[in-house]
Design a protein around this ligand. Structure first.
Ligand code: 4AD
Ligand code: MG
Length: 498
């Protein structure tokens, strides 16, 4: 059994039965006749207190060592735990030099742990964060299953840049084969090593798929295709962005929850879906009291209470406020007059994260901002108009049926929209974004987007969806300041330790 099972109040074990406990030593306290060791296997926030007679405890029983203990579970006389293990047999399966072990008992700096990211999950906070990730994922799956959404997998390798922000990573095979070399798809036994030559490289090989290939920035376009038959789909997928800015909210590789829903009526439907799914994760998180304690340790108790009460309020609120981008700009401009932001809020510009954080903070919780200017959004968002706009001016004043969910401290947690389901509007938007051009025979869509346009030719349905940055959700609920601490092995510009 795991330590979580052994410590669970529902576990009824016969008093005299011998149990085996496996884990890593978190601390050792040697007294004259007895030794106390705390052993953790990571299955729960608390470790198992093990009590050994001194002559049973080998020298190698030190902080960081892995152990297999046999003993009997007894009621604990000490404070803090209901049961402890009276150890009868100790087996140190892997020792750990206590002086060299990088994870010492005293608190370690964030930077230090980023340099030792392969050992970071041995700290209580990081382990608790990983368990929180796990339970948030379960609550997401439960929620979407309950709403009849089907969990699907979409490709990581892609030929399109969904967001059009030019933040893609390009992928190429490392080995290239000369043009006169062997057919790479032939069975291995038929391949003869080509003689070294100065022949030109085969461009097909260099691209592997015969066209430029990228790591996905978003699964949305593929989800739209599948939602055109399964109606309600979602995925949890890694997303990659060559984002150079060093902020507490951006990773080069992050996980995104994305859902796509056919036959919606409006942005409001999407906001409700997002609100309900995030509330489901809050309910699940707020039940994890042991991990919450582990996350906060002995840190500022008042701050912990304040943060938890914001989460509880968000969980219990009947509905989160919604306002249009135009209204948000108005409010921000008023605030700017009273106390200037670094960037002046101007209609037509994107919201800066200082604006987003201020809006959420001033409302004390999550807020939806909807209907942003068309000019600052990707091609796929549905235009809030029945007419295709003409001329520069027409384009610049139009808005699209989209929303961002803003939360305190983090800023943007979710972005989503109704998708442009009208063929002629979509073609127009593709042209405006340079993904199609007007030729003598009509509009010529780039090869990478032709399939997407097909979705509007055959049974197009009103639909929409959203993407939620999973590490940002983890950061919000746990109060961990930086998304780099909200994933086991973070990657960001300039940094890939392991
Ligand atoms: O707002 P974004 O760019 O939207 C999309 O990619 C849409 N195609 C999603 C959709 O509608 N299916 O990204 C969605 C969310 C953001 O709100 C943010 O929380 C997160 O993904 N995100 C990042 N998280 C960590 N690091 C980054 N570099 C991120 N970029 C976006
Ligand atoms: Mg966004």
């Amino acid at each position: 059994p795991t330590i979580r099972q052994l410590l669970s109040p529902s576990q009824v074990s016969s008093k005299d039965a011998l149990v085996e406990v496996n884990g890593w030593v978190k601390s050792v306290r040697r007294q004259k006749n007895v030794v106390f060791a705390v052993v953790s296997d990571g299955t729960c926030a608390s470790g198992m207190q093990a009590v050994l007679k001194t002559d049973l405890a080998p020298k190698s029983l030190t902080n960081g060592a892995s152990v297999r203990l046999c003993g009997r579970l007894v009621e604990s006389r000490g404070r803090g735990q209901a049961r402890e293990l009276q150890v009868e047999e100790v087996n140190v399966t892997g020792d750990s030099d206590p002086d060299a072990y990088p994870i010492q008992k005293q608190s370690l700096s964030t930077e230090y742990l980023r340099d030792h990211v392969h050992l970071r999950s041995r700290t209580d906070t990081n382990a608790a964060m990983l368990r929180v990730r796990n339970s948030l994922l379960h609550s997401i799956h439960n929620f979407f299953e309950g709403e009849d959404f089907c969990y699907v997998h979409t490709p990581i390798l892609t030929s399109s840049d969904c967001e059009g922000a030019g933040e893609t990573f390009r992928v190429q095979p490392t080995a290239s084969i000369p043009a006169n070399g062997p057919d790479i798809f032939a069975p291995v036994s038929n391949i003869t090593t080509p003689a070294p030559s100065s022949s030109t490289e085969n461009p097909e090989n260099k691209e592997f798929f015969g066209k430029p290939t990228y790591l996905t920035v978003s699964s949305q376009l593929y989800l739209e295709a599948i939602a055109s038959s399964l109606s309600r789909v979602y995925t949890l997928s890694p997303a990659f962005r060559a984002e150079r800015s060093q902020t507490s909210r951006h990773l080069a590789e992050f996980w995104m929850l994305e859902a796509e829903w056919a036959f919606i009526h409006s942005v409001d439907d999407l906001c409700s879906l997002v609100e309900n799914s995030v509330k489901a994760t809050l309910r699940s998180f707020l039940e994890q009291e042991d991990d919450i304690s582990a996350l906060w340790g002995n840190n500022d108790a008042a701050e912990k209470d304040r943060r938890l009460s914001v989460l509880r309020q968000a969980r219990d609120a009947s509905s989160w406020p919604r306002m249009t981008y135009t209204k948000a700009i108005e409010i921000l401009q008023k605030q700017h007059e009273a106390s200037p932001f670094e960037f002046e809020p101007i209609w037509g510009n994107g919201l800066q994260s200082e604006h987003e954080q201020w809006l959420a903070a001033s409302l004390g919780g999550p807020v939806f901002v909807t209907d942003y200017p068309k000019a600052i959004k990707p091609f796929y968002m549905r235009l809030n108009s029945d007419k295709i706009p003409v001329g520069e001016e027409g384009h610049s004043r139009e808005t699209v049926a989209c929303f961002d969910l803003l939360i305190p401290e983090v800023g943007e947690l979710v972005g989503g929209s109704v998708r442009e389901e009208r063929l002629d509007f979509l073609l127009e938007a593709l042209c405006a974004h340079g993904l199609a051009s007007r030729g003598p025979n009509g509009i010529d869509v780039k090869d990478e987007y032709k399939w997407y346009v097909d979705l509007r030719r055959y049974g197009s349905a009103p639909h929409g969806g959203f993407g939620l940055g999973f590490e940002r959700l983890v950061s919000w609920v746990t109060g961990i300041e930086n998304v780099r601490e909200c994933i086991a092995m973070p990657r960001w510009a300039g940094r890939m330790v392991v």
